[in-house]
Design a binder for this molecule. Structure first.
Ligand SMILES: *Cc1c(COP(=O)(O)O)cnc(C)c1O
Length: 387
Protein backbone atom coordinates (compact mmCIF):
# COMPACT_ATOMS: atom_id res chain seq x y z
CA UNK A 1 0.00 0.00 0.00
CA UNK A 2 1.15 3.55 -0.63
CA UNK A 3 1.21 6.28 2.03
CA UNK A 4 -2.25 7.63 1.28
CA UNK A 5 -3.81 4.16 1.47
CA UNK A 6 -1.98 3.26 4.69
CA UNK A 7 -2.90 6.58 6.28
CA UNK A 8 -6.55 6.21 5.30
CA UNK A 9 -6.63 2.73 6.77
CA UNK A 10 -4.70 3.26 10.02
CA UNK A 11 -4.62 6.94 11.03
CA UNK A 12 -7.60 8.17 13.04
CA UNK A 13 -9.93 10.14 10.85
CA UNK A 14 -9.75 13.43 12.75
CA UNK A 15 -8.26 15.30 9.79
CA UNK A 16 -9.83 15.93 6.40
CA UNK A 17 -6.61 15.44 4.47
CA UNK A 18 -5.94 17.12 1.15
CA UNK A 19 -4.74 14.89 -1.70
CA UNK A 20 -1.05 15.73 -1.24
CA UNK A 21 1.81 13.75 0.30
CA UNK A 22 4.84 15.88 1.08
CA UNK A 23 8.13 14.02 0.78
CA UNK A 24 10.65 16.87 1.01
CA UNK A 25 11.12 20.61 1.12
CA UNK A 26 13.56 23.48 1.18
CA UNK A 27 12.59 27.00 2.23
CA UNK A 28 9.17 27.89 0.82
CA UNK A 29 9.29 25.03 -1.70
CA UNK A 30 8.20 21.46 -1.16
CA UNK A 31 7.71 18.35 -3.24
CA UNK A 32 5.26 15.48 -3.54
CA UNK A 33 5.99 11.83 -4.30
CA UNK A 34 6.04 12.57 -8.05
CA UNK A 35 8.51 15.40 -7.50
CA UNK A 36 5.89 18.01 -8.34
CA UNK A 37 6.92 21.35 -6.81
CA UNK A 38 4.71 23.49 -4.57
CA UNK A 39 5.18 27.00 -3.18
CA UNK A 40 4.14 26.87 0.46
CA UNK A 41 2.17 29.87 1.75
CA UNK A 42 1.02 28.03 4.89
CA UNK A 43 4.24 27.10 6.73
CA UNK A 44 2.57 24.06 8.30
CA UNK A 45 0.14 26.54 9.96
CA UNK A 46 2.67 29.20 10.96
CA UNK A 47 5.17 26.65 12.29
CA UNK A 48 7.95 26.57 9.70
CA UNK A 49 9.09 30.12 10.50
CA UNK A 50 11.99 29.94 8.02
CA UNK A 51 10.41 27.37 5.73
CA UNK A 52 11.32 23.70 5.29
CA UNK A 53 14.76 22.37 6.24
CA UNK A 54 16.33 25.69 7.18
CA UNK A 55 20.11 25.09 7.25
CA UNK A 56 20.99 27.25 10.28
CA UNK A 57 18.18 25.80 12.36
CA UNK A 58 19.20 22.24 11.39
CA UNK A 59 22.81 22.97 12.45
CA UNK A 60 21.54 24.10 15.86
CA UNK A 61 19.46 20.91 16.20
CA UNK A 62 22.34 18.68 15.12
CA UNK A 63 24.75 20.25 17.54
CA UNK A 64 22.38 19.49 20.41
CA UNK A 65 21.24 16.04 19.28
CA UNK A 66 24.86 14.95 19.00
CA UNK A 67 25.24 15.79 22.70
CA UNK A 68 21.90 14.41 23.96
CA UNK A 69 18.24 14.62 22.99
CA UNK A 70 16.36 14.37 26.25
CA UNK A 71 16.64 14.27 29.97
CA UNK A 72 14.06 14.94 32.66
CA UNK A 73 13.13 18.28 34.16
CA UNK A 74 14.87 17.16 37.37
CA UNK A 75 18.07 18.42 35.76
CA UNK A 76 19.34 21.65 34.27
CA UNK A 77 19.96 21.87 30.52
CA UNK A 78 21.62 24.74 28.67
CA UNK A 79 19.21 25.17 25.68
CA UNK A 80 16.21 25.49 28.01
CA UNK A 81 17.94 28.09 30.21
CA UNK A 82 19.23 30.03 27.19
CA UNK A 83 15.82 30.08 25.50
CA UNK A 84 14.13 31.32 28.69
CA UNK A 85 16.72 34.09 29.00
CA UNK A 86 16.27 35.10 25.35
CA UNK A 87 12.46 35.19 25.59
CA UNK A 88 12.56 37.25 28.80
CA UNK A 89 15.13 39.69 27.40
CA UNK A 90 13.12 40.20 24.22
CA UNK A 91 9.75 40.71 25.96
CA UNK A 92 10.48 42.07 29.45
CA UNK A 93 8.76 39.04 30.96
CA UNK A 94 10.42 37.41 33.98
CA UNK A 95 9.93 33.65 33.84
CA UNK A 96 9.05 30.93 31.31
CA UNK A 97 7.41 27.52 31.53
CA UNK A 98 8.07 25.20 28.58
CA UNK A 99 5.63 22.70 27.13
CA UNK A 100 5.13 21.07 23.73
CA UNK A 101 2.18 22.71 22.02
CA UNK A 102 -0.14 25.69 21.92
CA UNK A 103 -2.91 23.89 23.76
CA UNK A 104 -0.54 23.04 26.59
CA UNK A 105 0.90 26.55 26.72
CA UNK A 106 -2.68 27.82 27.17
CA UNK A 107 -3.48 25.16 29.79
CA UNK A 108 -0.46 26.39 31.70
CA UNK A 109 -1.72 29.99 31.42
CA UNK A 110 -5.23 29.04 32.56
CA UNK A 111 -3.93 27.06 35.53
CA UNK A 112 -1.63 29.96 36.43
CA UNK A 113 -4.54 32.45 36.37
CA UNK A 114 -6.56 30.23 38.66
CA UNK A 115 -3.66 29.62 41.05
CA UNK A 116 -2.78 33.34 41.11
CA UNK A 117 -6.32 34.20 42.12
CA UNK A 118 -6.74 31.28 44.51
CA UNK A 119 -3.56 32.19 46.39
CA UNK A 120 -4.47 35.87 46.62
CA UNK A 121 -8.27 35.85 46.98
CA UNK A 122 -9.21 32.27 47.89
CA UNK A 123 -11.67 29.93 46.21
CA UNK A 124 -14.31 31.00 43.67
CA UNK A 125 -12.70 33.89 41.80
CA UNK A 126 -11.88 31.68 38.85
CA UNK A 127 -13.85 32.79 35.79
CA UNK A 128 -11.86 33.64 32.68
CA UNK A 129 -13.23 35.94 29.99
CA UNK A 130 -12.34 34.88 26.46
CA UNK A 131 -13.67 36.20 23.16
CA UNK A 132 -16.30 34.90 20.82
CA UNK A 133 -14.81 33.47 17.64
CA UNK A 134 -11.52 32.70 19.42
CA UNK A 135 -9.49 29.50 19.24
CA UNK A 136 -7.35 28.32 22.14
CA UNK A 137 -6.76 24.60 21.55
CA UNK A 138 -8.17 21.07 21.53
CA UNK A 139 -7.83 19.87 25.12
CA UNK A 140 -11.09 19.80 27.08
CA UNK A 141 -10.19 23.01 28.94
CA UNK A 142 -8.87 24.93 25.93
CA UNK A 143 -11.98 23.87 23.99
CA UNK A 144 -13.97 25.42 26.83
CA UNK A 145 -11.86 28.55 26.50
CA UNK A 146 -12.55 28.64 22.75
CA UNK A 147 -15.46 31.02 22.22
CA UNK A 148 -17.25 29.10 19.47
CA UNK A 149 -20.37 27.04 20.20
CA UNK A 150 -19.46 24.52 17.50
CA UNK A 151 -16.52 23.40 19.68
CA UNK A 152 -18.75 22.89 22.73
CA UNK A 153 -20.62 19.76 21.73
CA UNK A 154 -20.10 16.01 21.97
CA UNK A 155 -17.33 16.06 24.57
CA UNK A 156 -19.38 16.91 27.66
CA UNK A 157 -18.72 17.67 30.42
CA UNK A 158 -16.48 20.64 29.62
CA UNK A 159 -14.36 22.60 32.09
CA UNK A 160 -16.40 25.28 33.81
CA UNK A 161 -15.44 28.89 34.34
CA UNK A 162 -15.30 30.53 30.93
CA UNK A 163 -17.52 33.36 29.67
CA UNK A 164 -17.35 34.84 26.21
CA UNK A 165 -17.30 38.49 25.23
CA UNK A 166 -17.86 39.86 21.78
CA UNK A 167 -14.53 40.75 20.17
CA UNK A 168 -13.93 44.51 19.83
CA UNK A 169 -16.84 45.23 22.21
CA UNK A 170 -15.28 46.62 25.38
CA UNK A 171 -18.64 47.17 27.09
CA UNK A 172 -19.30 43.43 26.78
CA UNK A 173 -16.00 42.58 28.50
CA UNK A 174 -16.79 45.11 31.22
CA UNK A 175 -20.27 43.69 31.73
CA UNK A 176 -18.96 40.12 32.04
CA UNK A 177 -16.28 41.27 34.49
CA UNK A 178 -19.04 42.78 36.67
CA UNK A 179 -21.41 39.81 36.43
CA UNK A 180 -18.78 37.19 37.22
CA UNK A 181 -15.95 36.68 39.65
CA UNK A 182 -13.12 36.88 37.13
CA UNK A 183 -9.41 36.17 37.44
CA UNK A 184 -8.31 36.82 33.85
CA UNK A 185 -9.04 37.80 30.27
CA UNK A 186 -7.49 35.62 27.57
CA UNK A 187 -7.41 36.62 23.90
CA UNK A 188 -5.56 36.48 20.58
CA UNK A 189 -4.83 39.98 19.18
CA UNK A 190 -5.47 38.54 15.72
CA UNK A 191 -7.99 35.71 15.77
CA UNK A 192 -6.35 33.20 13.46
CA UNK A 193 -8.65 30.20 13.19
CA UNK A 194 -11.56 32.63 13.60
CA UNK A 195 -10.90 34.12 10.16
CA UNK A 196 -7.84 36.37 10.64
CA UNK A 197 -9.79 38.98 12.57
CA UNK A 198 -7.63 41.82 13.93
CA UNK A 199 -8.63 43.31 17.30
CA UNK A 200 -8.78 47.11 17.43
CA UNK A 201 -6.17 49.10 19.31
CA UNK A 202 -8.83 50.81 21.39
CA UNK A 203 -10.40 47.50 22.46
CA UNK A 204 -7.15 45.76 23.42
CA UNK A 205 -5.88 48.81 25.31
CA UNK A 206 -9.19 49.30 27.17
CA UNK A 207 -9.26 45.63 28.17
CA UNK A 208 -5.69 45.95 29.44
CA UNK A 209 -6.69 48.93 31.59
CA UNK A 210 -9.73 47.10 32.98
CA UNK A 211 -7.53 44.10 33.82
CA UNK A 212 -5.15 46.37 35.69
CA UNK A 213 -8.00 48.01 37.67
CA UNK A 214 -9.62 44.72 38.65
CA UNK A 215 -6.46 42.66 39.13
CA UNK A 216 -7.56 40.31 36.35
CA UNK A 217 -4.61 38.87 34.45
CA UNK A 218 -4.21 39.95 30.84
CA UNK A 219 -3.32 36.73 29.01
CA UNK A 220 -2.40 36.97 25.34
CA UNK A 221 -2.57 33.78 23.28
CA UNK A 222 0.37 34.25 20.91
CA UNK A 223 0.37 30.67 19.65
CA UNK A 224 -0.26 31.79 16.07
CA UNK A 225 0.51 35.54 16.24
CA UNK A 226 3.85 35.06 17.98
CA UNK A 227 7.44 34.79 16.86
CA UNK A 228 7.49 37.45 14.16
CA UNK A 229 4.30 36.45 12.40
CA UNK A 230 2.51 39.83 12.75
CA UNK A 231 5.56 41.95 11.94
CA UNK A 232 6.57 42.31 15.60
CA UNK A 233 8.23 39.65 17.74
CA UNK A 234 4.88 39.13 19.51
CA UNK A 235 1.48 40.29 18.33
CA UNK A 236 0.71 42.32 21.47
CA UNK A 237 3.67 44.55 20.57
CA UNK A 238 1.45 46.07 17.88
CA UNK A 239 -0.59 47.50 20.78
CA UNK A 240 0.31 49.66 23.77
CA UNK A 241 -0.18 46.91 26.37
CA UNK A 242 1.94 44.69 28.59
CA UNK A 243 0.48 41.22 29.22
CA UNK A 244 0.68 39.41 32.55
CA UNK A 245 0.96 36.07 30.75
CA UNK A 246 1.90 35.21 27.15
CA UNK A 247 1.43 31.75 25.66
CA UNK A 248 3.14 30.76 22.44
CA UNK A 249 4.07 27.70 20.36
CA UNK A 250 3.72 27.10 16.57
CA UNK A 251 6.50 29.25 15.04
CA UNK A 252 8.62 29.22 18.19
CA UNK A 253 10.14 25.85 17.35
CA UNK A 254 10.52 26.53 13.62
CA UNK A 255 9.23 23.03 12.87
CA UNK A 256 9.66 21.07 16.09
CA UNK A 257 7.10 20.98 18.88
CA UNK A 258 7.68 23.43 21.71
CA UNK A 259 5.31 25.66 23.65
CA UNK A 260 6.13 28.40 26.11
CA UNK A 261 4.17 30.35 28.70
CA UNK A 262 5.80 33.60 29.79
CA UNK A 263 5.12 35.30 33.11
CA UNK A 264 5.48 38.97 34.05
CA UNK A 265 6.80 40.29 37.36
CA UNK A 266 3.29 39.99 38.80
CA UNK A 267 2.82 36.33 37.85
CA UNK A 268 6.45 35.14 37.92
CA UNK A 269 6.10 33.25 41.20
CA UNK A 270 2.70 31.63 40.58
CA UNK A 271 4.22 28.23 40.02
CA UNK A 272 6.17 26.70 42.87
CA UNK A 273 7.97 23.33 42.75
CA UNK A 274 5.57 20.50 41.95
CA UNK A 275 2.62 22.71 40.97
CA UNK A 276 2.95 22.18 37.21
CA UNK A 277 5.08 20.07 34.91
CA UNK A 278 5.69 18.36 31.59
CA UNK A 279 7.91 15.38 30.79
CA UNK A 280 8.95 16.63 27.37
CA UNK A 281 8.60 20.35 28.14
CA UNK A 282 11.74 22.30 27.23
CA UNK A 283 13.19 19.41 25.26
CA UNK A 284 16.85 20.32 24.63
CA UNK A 285 16.75 19.73 20.86
CA UNK A 286 13.52 21.73 20.37
CA UNK A 287 14.84 24.46 22.69
CA UNK A 288 18.18 24.69 20.85
CA UNK A 289 16.25 25.10 17.60
CA UNK A 290 13.99 27.74 19.17
CA UNK A 291 17.02 29.73 20.38
CA UNK A 292 18.17 29.85 16.77
CA UNK A 293 14.72 30.88 15.50
CA UNK A 294 14.02 33.60 18.08
CA UNK A 295 17.50 35.13 17.83
CA UNK A 296 17.01 35.54 14.06
CA UNK A 297 13.71 37.42 14.45
CA UNK A 298 15.43 40.82 14.53
CA UNK A 299 14.59 44.27 13.13
CA UNK A 300 15.89 43.37 9.68
CA UNK A 301 13.80 40.21 9.48
CA UNK A 302 10.72 42.08 10.72
CA UNK A 303 11.26 44.82 8.10
CA UNK A 304 11.24 42.00 5.56
CA UNK A 305 7.93 40.76 6.97
CA UNK A 306 6.45 44.26 6.47
CA UNK A 307 7.81 44.38 2.91
CA UNK A 308 6.27 41.00 2.06
CA UNK A 309 2.98 42.08 3.68
CA UNK A 310 2.87 45.01 1.27
CA UNK A 311 3.69 42.81 -1.72
CA UNK A 312 0.74 40.56 -0.88
CA UNK A 313 -1.65 43.45 -0.25
CA UNK A 314 -0.69 45.13 -3.51
CA UNK A 315 -1.11 41.94 -5.49
CA UNK A 316 -4.53 41.06 -4.10
CA UNK A 317 -6.33 44.17 -2.84
CA UNK A 318 -7.32 45.52 -6.25
CA UNK A 319 -8.68 42.27 -7.68
CA UNK A 320 -12.30 42.34 -8.70
CA UNK A 321 -13.20 39.15 -6.83
CA UNK A 322 -11.42 40.20 -3.62
CA UNK A 323 -13.64 41.81 -0.99
CA UNK A 324 -11.01 42.37 1.70
CA UNK A 325 -7.47 41.52 2.74
CA UNK A 326 -7.10 41.60 6.55
CA UNK A 327 -4.38 40.78 8.99
CA UNK A 328 -1.01 41.88 10.27
CA UNK A 329 2.43 41.05 8.90
CA UNK A 330 2.43 37.64 7.26
CA UNK A 331 -0.83 36.51 8.84
CA UNK A 332 -3.40 37.44 6.23
CA UNK A 333 -7.00 36.53 5.44
CA UNK A 334 -8.53 37.15 2.04
CA UNK A 335 -12.26 37.34 1.64
CA UNK A 336 -13.17 36.69 -1.96
CA UNK A 337 -16.35 36.09 -3.90
CA UNK A 338 -15.21 32.56 -4.70
CA UNK A 339 -15.48 29.84 -2.04
CA UNK A 340 -12.26 29.69 0.03
CA UNK A 341 -12.04 25.90 0.02
CA UNK A 342 -12.40 25.89 -3.75
CA UNK A 343 -9.58 28.46 -4.04
CA UNK A 344 -7.39 26.27 -1.81
CA UNK A 345 -8.04 23.15 -3.94
CA UNK A 346 -7.40 24.91 -7.25
CA UNK A 347 -4.19 26.47 -5.87
CA UNK A 348 -3.04 23.04 -4.70
CA UNK A 349 -3.60 21.71 -8.20
CA UNK A 350 -1.52 24.55 -9.59
CA UNK A 351 1.33 24.07 -7.11
CA UNK A 352 0.57 26.65 -4.42
CA UNK A 353 -0.31 25.73 -0.84
CA UNK A 354 -2.72 28.11 0.91
CA UNK A 355 -4.91 27.65 3.97
CA UNK A 356 -8.43 28.68 4.88
CA UNK A 357 -9.90 30.16 8.06
CA UNK A 358 -13.68 30.36 8.27
CA UNK A 359 -14.77 31.86 4.92
CA UNK A 360 -11.37 33.32 4.10
CA UNK A 361 -8.28 32.16 2.26
CA UNK A 362 -5.48 32.37 4.84
CA UNK A 363 -1.81 33.02 4.07
CA UNK A 364 0.96 32.30 6.59
CA UNK A 365 4.10 32.10 4.42
CA UNK A 366 7.59 31.55 5.80
CA UNK A 367 8.83 34.89 7.20
CA UNK A 368 11.83 34.92 4.84
CA UNK A 369 10.11 33.65 1.69
CA UNK A 370 11.97 34.76 -1.43
CA UNK A 371 10.07 37.75 -2.81
CA UNK A 372 10.17 36.57 -6.44
CA UNK A 373 8.82 33.18 -5.36
CA UNK A 374 6.11 34.93 -3.35
CA UNK A 375 5.13 36.97 -6.42
CA UNK A 376 5.01 33.83 -8.52
CA UNK A 377 2.64 32.21 -6.01
CA UNK A 378 0.53 35.38 -5.81
CA UNK A 379 0.13 35.40 -9.59
CA UNK A 380 -1.28 31.90 -9.45
CA UNK A 381 -3.49 32.73 -6.45
CA UNK A 382 -4.78 35.86 -8.25
CA UNK A 383 -5.63 33.86 -11.36
CA UNK A 384 -7.45 31.24 -9.27
CA UNK A 385 -9.42 33.87 -7.35
CA UNK A 386 -10.29 35.74 -10.55
CA UNK A 387 -11.64 32.92 -12.66
C1 LIG B 1 -3.01 26.56 16.90
C2 LIG B 1 -3.49 27.35 18.05
C3 LIG B 1 -3.63 26.78 19.33
C4 LIG B 1 -3.43 25.30 19.58
O1 LIG B 1 -2.11 24.92 19.37
P1 LIG B 1 -1.72 23.36 19.29
O2 LIG B 1 -0.23 23.39 19.14
O3 LIG B 1 -2.43 22.79 18.13
O4 LIG B 1 -2.15 22.75 20.58
C5 LIG B 1 -4.00 27.60 20.36
N1 LIG B 1 -4.24 28.91 20.18
C6 LIG B 1 -4.12 29.50 18.97
C7 LIG B 1 -4.37 30.96 18.82
C8 LIG B 1 -3.75 28.74 17.87
O5 LIG B 1 -3.67 29.31 16.66
Amino acid sequence: MNTKELDSLYVARSYGRLPLEIVGGKGALCYDENNKEYIDLGSGIAVNTFGFSDAEWIDALKEQIDKFAHTSNYYYTEPCAKLAELLCERTGMKKVFFSNSGGEANECAIKAARRYSFTKYGKGRHTIITLKNSFHGRTITTLSATGQDSFHTEFDPFTEGFVYAEANNFEDVKRLSEENSCCAVMMEVVQGEGGVFVLSKEFVENVAKLCEEKDMLLMIDEVQTGNGRTGKLYGYMNYDVMPDIISTAKGLGGGLPIGATLFSEKTAEVYTPGSHGSTFGGNPVCAAGAVNIVSRIDDELLAGVAERHNVIKEALSGLENVESVDGLGLMLGIKCKKDAKQVMLECLDRGVLVLTAKDKVRLLPPLNIDIELLKKALNILSEVISK
